[in-house]
Structures are given as structure tokens and as C-alpha cells.
Design a protein around this ligand. Structure first.
Ligand code: ZN
Ligand code: ZN
Length: 351
């Protein structure tokens, strides 16, 4: 039996370390995928910490129901290596993106197709072992999406940062037909959002980030105009440039980013929030009605949306975003660089 190398979380708040186990044998509908690459996501930092910041001194503990050692990583592209006897449709050697947001399959959310919202989920890299490894075990071939002829280092990140951005942009409904959208936060999800907005919407988007290097990268990738939300004049500048924004995505999810995004809305405007950075947001309650404002949260996306997104990418309409590949044994260094804000675009680990 061949071996299975993983970069494992062995204690919260501690560096990942390599663990070696026997390669798992898929049973029933299970499929063993050999990992070609796995994207490094900002949420992996929260999982390593074991909590989310809620603002003030409050934290949301997320250490429960996850036996250690545990393998992070949910942006997986790989090759089908072994399939269980009931894994119909799984073809050995096929290149597949792995939809990681796998639910229990029986609750109301799962029955409606919203496995990403399942409360007793088996999300890969979150509740079940993920892709910072040479192999990942997937419970059913329905979660595997053929991505050829796309590159693995695009297909993997499409399953989280791409899907999150895509689902957020869809929830803006028809507002982008009436003017440019505003994208706040230009990390991996934000840059993916920019590439998708360029593919889906008529007008190039406005963008905002406190980091000058990220603003420069966004302008190079086709943003109409870039703003620094830490500049006290930024709100006025956005209002002057747009007359008020009808559609915004907050890919940061902090008190400051949401304050900025809601502060530049036109009447009838909407902010879709995907970011998880933390903090405590407050707003004058009357402004919600006066501005006929919508604030909506999203959590990744559905399997159907993941398939739509892969098809969109195959059409060639999504411009590539900067991506750096690093070997699997540099997983911790990649997380450290992400935490320190030293990453422009995406990082993928290659097994
Ligand atoms: Zn993610
Ligand atoms: Zn469920």
C-alpha cells in the first residue's frame, strides 16, 4: 500500500507539520483523488487559529467536531486514482475539480441543493480531511467536475474563492446592468471577483483596497478605478465618480469594509458580504429604510453554481489571476505569507 503524505493541523495555533498514513481505500461510492494542486485560502488561517474574531473580545470557537491531526485545504484539483465499486461515473485518470462543500444529503438545505449551507456538513478541509495532502477521499463522484482543458491551478481555486465571488456577483441580480459594481477587498476572492465581473458585466468594476500593490494589480486587471478606503476622502471620491453605487461586494467582512461599502450605496443598493475578517458593524437603523438598502451574506456556493462556473471558465472569458505555485511542504510558509498580507493573487500547493 502506498503512502499518503499530509501537511496536518496537529494543534490549534501551531504550525502545520507533515504526517504520513496509509493511502485510504475508497469503499462504496467513494473516490480517491490524487491531488495535483490545492489552493491556500484565507479561511485556512481561521481554521488554524481555531476561532473567528467577532469584535471586541468575543470569538467564535470553531475547534469542535474536528479530530486532530486534521488536513486543511478545500480548493482541490486532481486526478481520479481509485474508485469504490459503487462510484458510478468516476473514470480513473480523469482530471477533476473537487466540490468541497459536501452536506449530509438529507436535511432541508441539502434537499434544496444548498449543501454549502448544511448544518451537519462534511465540508472537505473544514470538517473532513482536505487537500493539503497527496490524496483526498471524496464520498461520491457527483462532487467531481471535469475541468479539462483548464489548468489545475485555476480549477482548484474556482471551488472556493472563485465560487464565493461568483455566487456573490449572482446575488447582485440585475443591478450590474444599471452601472458599475464596487468590489471591496482585493485578496484572492476579490481578484477572482474582478475577473468574473469583467466576464459577466458590461461595465468594468470599481475596486477598493487599503493596499496600494493590490490596487495596482486590480487596475492592471481591468478595474475602472481603484480607491483606498483608509483615505478620508475615499467615500466622497466614490460618490463623485459613481453618483452612488447600486451593487457592491464586501470580500473583507470587517467593520471598516462594510462601513465603506454601505456608505457609498445609492438608494436601492445592495452589498453582498462574503468576507470573514471580523469586527462589529453598526449602522443607523433608519438608513436601511431611507436608502432601501439590502445587506446579504453568502457562504461559498452550490454544486450547481460550481458546475456553472467551471463551464464559464471553459468558455475562456475569465482572465487568469496571478497565481504562485509552491510545493506541499511549504504549506505553513504559504499560510504565513498570506497572514502577513504578502500575497498578491492566489497561492496553490502542488503535491
Ligand atoms: Zn476558501
Ligand atoms: Zn445537510
Amino acid at each position: 500500500m502506498s503512502q499518503f503524505h499530509r501537511q496536518s493541523l496537529v494543534a490549534y495555533g501551531q504550525p502545520l507539520c507533515e504526517t504520513i498514513a496509509d493511502r485510504p481505500t475508497p469503499r462504496g461510492s467513494e473516490v480517491l483523488v490524487r491531488v495535483s494542486c490545492c489552493g491556500v485560502c484565507h479561511s485556512d488561517l481561521h481554521l488554524q487559529d481555531g476561532y473567528f474574531e467577532l469584535g471586541g473580545d468575543r470569538r467564535l470557537d470553531i475547534t469542535k467536531d474536528r479530530p486532530l491531526p486534521f488536513t486543511l485545504g478545500h480548493e482541490i484539483a486532481g486526478i481520479i486514482e481509485v474508485a469504490g465499486e459503487a462510484a458510478d461515473g468516476a473514470t480513473i485518470g480523469h482530471r477533476v475539480a473537487v466540490y468541497p462543500w459536501i452536506g449530509c444529503g438529507t436535511c432541508a438545505a441539502c434537499r434544496a441543493g444548498d449543501e454549502n449551507m448544511c448544518s451537519s456538513h462534511r465540508h472537505l478541509g473544514i470538517a473532513a480531511d482536505g487537500g493539503y495532502a497527496t490524496h483526498v477521499l471524496v464520498p461520491h463522484p457527483r462532487y467531481l467536475i471535469d475541468y479539462a482543458p483548464l489548468a489545475a491551478d485555476l480549477a482548484g481555486p474556482l471551488m472556493c474563492s472563485g465560487l464565493t465571488a461568483y455566487a456573490a456577483l449572482k446575488r447582485l441580480a440585475d443591478r450590474p446592468e444599471r452601472g458599475p459594481v464596487l468590489l471591496v477587498g482585493l485578496g484572492g476572492v476579490g481578484m477572482m471577483g474582478l475577473a468574473l465581473a469583467r466576464a459577466l458585466f458590461r461595465d468594468p468594476p470599481f475596486v477598493a483596497d487599503i493596499d496600494a500593490a493590490k490596487r495596482t494589480a486590480a487596475l492592471a486587471a481591468g478595474a475602472a478605478q481603484a480607491f483606498d478606503p483608509s483615505d478620508p476622502q475615499a467615500r466622497r471620491a466614490v460618490m463623485t465618480a459613481t453618483g452612488g453605487v447600486l451593487a457592491a461586494c464586501d470580500f473583507v467582512g470587517s467593520d471598516k469594509s462594510l462601513q465603506f461599502a454601505t456608505g457609498v450605496l445609492a438608494r436601492g443598493g445592495k452589498v453582498v458580504v462574503t468576507g470573514l475578517l471580523g469586527g462589529n458593524f453598526s449602522i443607523a437603523a433608519a438608513m436601511i429604510a431611507i436608502k432601501a438598502m439590502t445587506i446579504e451574506g453568502t457562504l461559498t456556493g452550490t454544486l450547481a453554481e460550481a458546475r456553472e462556473l467551471i463551464e464559464l471558465a471553459k468558455s475562456g472569458k475569465i482572465a487568469p489571476i496571478p497565481t504562485r505555485a509552491r510545493p506541499l511542504n511549504q504549506a505553513q510558509a504559504a499560510l504565513d505569507d498570506l497572514r502577513a498580507g504578502r500575497v498578491v493573487g492566489r497561492t496553490v500547493l502542488t503535491a
